[in-house]
Structure formats: C-alpha cells, structure tokens
Write a protein that binds this ligand. Structure first.
Ligand code: DGL
Length: 270
C-alpha cells in the first residue's frame, strides 16, 4: 500500500516534495499525466475522465489513498468522483480544502458557520478551468463571510512551466499579476491555486509586493495529510522509495523533474 499523488504534469511534484519531507516514512507513488497536460484548458467532463483514469492506475499500483495534487482536477472532478465513482475501500482527497482552511484560520473538521476572517481581499491565480468552476469561492463561502475574491485565469503559464521555458513563464506571471491588479489594486492575500505555480513563487511575490501574503499549497497539504494519516494509519503502507509514473516521455519528463526539484528523479512509463 502506498499513497498516490496525482497531477496533470510536473506541478504536483511541489506537493510530493513537501509531503515526502514531512512524512519520510510514508511510501508515495507519483503519477503525472504529462501526455494530456495541461488540464486547465479542458472542459470539466474531459478533466473528470482523465482524472478517473489516472486515479484508477494509482489504485492498480496499490494505492488506497490518492491525493489530487492538481487544483484543476480537485475543482472540476473531485466532487463528482467522490459522489459516484470512488470505490468504498478507497479514498481520494483534493488540495483545495487545506488551503482554504489556512486562509480562514480553521482547523480540520471545524464545521462551524461562516465567520469574518482577517483577510478581506484575496487574489486567486489559477488555471482557466479552476477559475471557471468557482470551486474556490464555493468552498470559501462555507467558511468565511466578507471576503472579496478576484480570480485571474493564468492562460499559458502551465505550458511554459511544462516546457521549461522560464523566461516566458516569468513574463506571463508579471502580466497576469498586472491584469489582476487592474481589477483589485490592493489584495491582502494571494492564492497560488495551481500546483505548478509554486515553481514561480518568487516571481509572484516580487510582482505582488512584500505586503501581500502569498499562500501556496505544498506545506499546507503536507500538514493536512500528516493529520489524516494519524487518524487513518491503515492507509499508509510500509516504507519504500517513491516511484514516479508518467504518460509522457519518461526521459524528457525525468529531465524536467530533475531540473525543478534539483535532485535526480526517474520516471517510468505508466
Ligand atoms: N497543476 C495543476 C493544477 O493545480 C494543473 C494545471 C494544468 O494541467 O493546467 O491546476
């Protein structure tokens, strides 16, 4: 038994890295659907079909618990999967809720009514599909009142990161931050609502300014998974080295992953 970590491509490695550091004794299997990335420009049905196929592959590889380390899949597919697709003995969790709990100063399982929180103006940077789903605003409204959210769909950014074109990626971050600031000049918090974006966190922070608190998911998801596994130790298997699967070209994906994480990562064909 291992814990599966899924993303459309390389972005989920930011989550894998944080959870593997936080939980070194937990075995992980990473699945990147690089052949079908990006998901953010696809419609919800497409994202659902692809996410189910990838999750099935992780179940087959022995994972009882799969984390969708992909906001697009968490926003566009997770609820539908949990309502009618996930087998009773398996669990699939997303990356949205830990982030929103941090933003709204809540602990896990705090289902008290929505209340006023410290942040008032939140900038959300995410893929077009995540922005379209309005899942972030929906989850936020369950927990907080009086928070204004302005969302910016960051077209092109995931492609640039997947291609390793960091010059283009930097230019896109700056132009998306400018576009956001035209709609909301003074956000007090910014959410990097795509697991690829922490790879550009410094550029986001510089473009937004030091006074904006930037929330990114990797460490929040790691804490939340640690908490979940304390409550469900049966979902964690015996220790072993993480395995990396891709639907893309394993050599190309391994090279990009090694560049991103600055340590050798070897993907195998899924
Ligand atoms: N990294 C993913 C996310 O968090 C997916 C990006 C994409 O494939 O467009 O949304």
């Amino acid at each position: 038994m291992a814990v599966g970590i899924f993303d459309s491509g390389l972005g989920g490695l930011t989550v894998l890295d944080a959870v593997a550091r936080r939980l070194p004794e937990v075995p992980f299997i990473y699945f990147g659907d690089n052949a079908n990335a990006p998901y953010g420009v696809r419609d919800a049905d497409d994202v659902y079909q692809l996410t189910c196929a990838a999750t099935e592959r992780l179940f087959d590889a022995g994972c009882d618990l799969v984390i969708l380390a992909c906001n697009t899949a968490s926003a566009a597919a997770l609820r539908r999967m949990q309502e009618g697709w996930v087998p009773r003995d398996k669990r699939v969790l997303g990356v949205f809720v830990p982030l929103i709990e941090a933003l709204t100063e809540r602990n896990w399982g705090d289902n008290s009514p929505p209340r006023e929180v410290a942040v008032k103006n939140v900038a959300l940077f995410a893929t077009p599909a995540t922005v379209r789903s309005r899942a972030f605003q929906r989850e936020l409204a369950f927990r907080a009142i009086g928070v204004d959210v302005e969302a910016q769909a960051c077209g092109g950014l995931v492609d640039a990161i997947e291609d390793g074109d960091m010059i283009l990626a930097e230019a896109l971050v700056r132009s998306h931050v400018d576009a956001l600031k035209r709609k909301m000049p003074f956000p007090d918090a910014a959410v990097l609502g795509c697991t690829h974006y922490p790879l550009m966190q410094e550029v986001f922070q510089a473009a937004l300014g030091d006074e904006v608190q930037v929330f990114s998911q990797a460490n929040l998801v790691a804490e939340s998974l640690a908490d979940y596994l304390t409550r469900h130790p049966e979902r964690q298997g015996p220790p072993r080295e993480p395995a990396f699967l891709t639907t893309g070209n394993p050599d190309k994906v391994s090279n990009s992953a090694t560049q991103f994480l600055r340590r050798r990562i070897s993907f195998q064909s899924a």
